[in-house]
Design a protein around this ligand. Structure first.
Ligand code: ATP
Ligand code: MG
Length: 433
């Protein structure tokens, strides 16, 4: 939502200074909408299959998504860390997850001075080991630890753009509890935090909690699946109850277990944006992560893990909201609140007016100011491709009456408002008063 307060002075970014250029042509080696549009808009750069770099516009979106996630993780008591990517093989041998036969997604590297490292694809092992130095008593529990950290996975055929990278950032939180009851209580809180995150990111309505395979310690894990025709997953959705079952675990027994009727289910394609797991004591037992209770008895710590891929979330937002003209960002994750577009030659009075508006607008909202000397059609096409929620067009038309045109990207709806109203109320108000 566009803030109208005059605090937080963010400098308008001049589009003429932005080093990234938009592209008219779709890249020939991308099949997904997310990669095609994000590359065309200059948000990301493809380095090789499944490997992408984030450029200024893309990084702004990624940071906004991370900030939303961070706020929600802090609210449920998370403490942020940043663990290493390079992993000690010995740590992973303890849980039998080092060998390629046991874990096929490892990327590994050898040091020229001898020895081998793994590039972390998750962090249960190193964190459980680390916590043996910090947890010894029931007073140390529960504790919740999270990070935004680069993961590496040797994904077989990464063709889904930033939805499935061989290198990607993951928010992973790990919970450490005294017992099953304490774990369950936190697990429910984490579910609610995830719902809040997906609501705030604009995809809440189409994101459904989904029963999925639980691994060895609990019957189910819970995925957060966002409906999208391009999704790799198939889910069976009970629209009324807002729950779903992943096709991978869909059997008559599971349905009766969950009290779901087959006739209430519709088959849908979806993207897994998050996944939460109960881990039981598998990792704490392997590393001797034990605590003493009030009576001096020893117990293994009960763990859980909670993942979200901010990049996958960003790609999902592109997949579900984009139209034939380009990306449509929901306001909370947009790279800028407002795209100010001047239609004039340089040195004209229109330009002076646009500069004045940019300076004033940026006191209440972040502004990308298209000050480039280009044809109107090119500027409009770029603005629609980049997908900032509101476009403010300053042109000759509004000179006499000191008005501007405000266009809402998502609906294409336009309004003519006075410069004064724009500056005092922001673009959001123009459409929502
Ligand atoms: P998938 O089933 O899609 O391969 P996963 O179940 O292996 O994913 P987790 O290990 O649970 O994924 O990871 C937590 C979250 O990290 C996922 O829900 C997803 O949002 C994100 N994620 C996983 N793999 C990738 C990837 N290769 N690229 C980008 N994000 C990813
Ligand atoms: Mg999964």
């Amino acid at each position: 939502m566009l803030k109208v307060s005059l605090c937080a002075s963010i400098l308008a970014m001049l589009q003429s200074q932005l080093f990234t250029k938009t592209r008219r042509e779709a890249p020939s080696d991308e099949v997904t909408r997310n990669a095609t549009l994000l590359i065309r808009g200059g948000f990301i750069n493809k380095e090789m299959a499944g490997v992408y770099s984030f450029l200024p516009l893309g990084l702004r979106v990624l940071r906004k998504i991370e900030d939303i996630i961070r706020e929600e993780m802090d609210k449920i008591g998370g403490q942020e860390v940043f663990l290493s990517s390079l992993q000690n093989p010995e740590t992973w041998k303890k849980t039998k997850r080092w060998a390629d036969e046991d874990t096929d997604i490892w990327l590994k590297t050898k040091s020229k001075f001898g020895g081998e490292y793994g590039l972390a694809f998750t962090h249960e092992e190193p964190l459980a080991l680390l916590m043996t130095g910090h947890i010894s008593s029931y007073r140390d529990l529960p504790v919740y630890i999270y990070q935004f950290q680069t993961k590496f996975r040797d994904e077989k055929r990464p063709k889904s753009g930033i939805l499935r990278g061989r290198e990607f950032v993951m928010k992973d939180l790990y919970s450490f509890c005294r017992n099953e009851a304490q774990h369950k209580a936190f697990y429910e809180k984490a579910k609610q935090a995830y719902e809040a995150i997906f609501n705030r990111a604009g995809i809440g309505e189409r994101t459904f909690i989904t029963f999925a395979s639980g691994g060895s310690f609990s019957k189910y894990s819970h995925e957060f699946q966002t409906l999208a025709d391009s999704g790799e997953d198939t889910i069976y959705l009970d629209v009324k109850r807002r729950i779903a079952v992943n096709k991978e675990v869909m059997t008559a027994e599971v349905l009766s277990d969950l009290k779901i009727k087959e006739k209430d289910l519709v088959e849908k394609k979806a993207i897994e944006v998050g996944n939460i797991f109960s881990l039981g004591t598998r990792f704490s037992e392997a590393f001797g992560l034990l605590y003493l209770d009030e009576k001096g008895e020893k117990h293994p710590v009960v763990m859980g893990s909670y993942g979200i891929g901010p990049g996958r979330l960003m790609g999902t937002i592109v997949e579900v909201f984009a139209d034939e003209r380009g990306i449509v960002w929901p306001e909370p994750v947009a790279p800028f609140d407002c795209h100010l577009i001047e239609i004039s030659g340089s040195g004209t009075s229109v330009k002076k007016r646009a500069e004045r508006i940019a300076a004033k607008l940026e006191r209440g909202a972040s502004v990308l100011y298209d000050d480039r000397d280009l044809r109107a059609g090119e500027k409009f096409a770029d603005a629609d491709l980049i997908g900032i929620p509101y476009q403010v067009i300053v042109s000759e038309k509004g000179e006499a009456g000191k008005t501007v045109e405000v266009k809402q990207r998502a609906t294409g709806e336009t309004k003519i408002i006075s410069e004064e109203a724009l500056i005092s109320q922001g673009t959001y108000r123009a459409f929502n008063s």
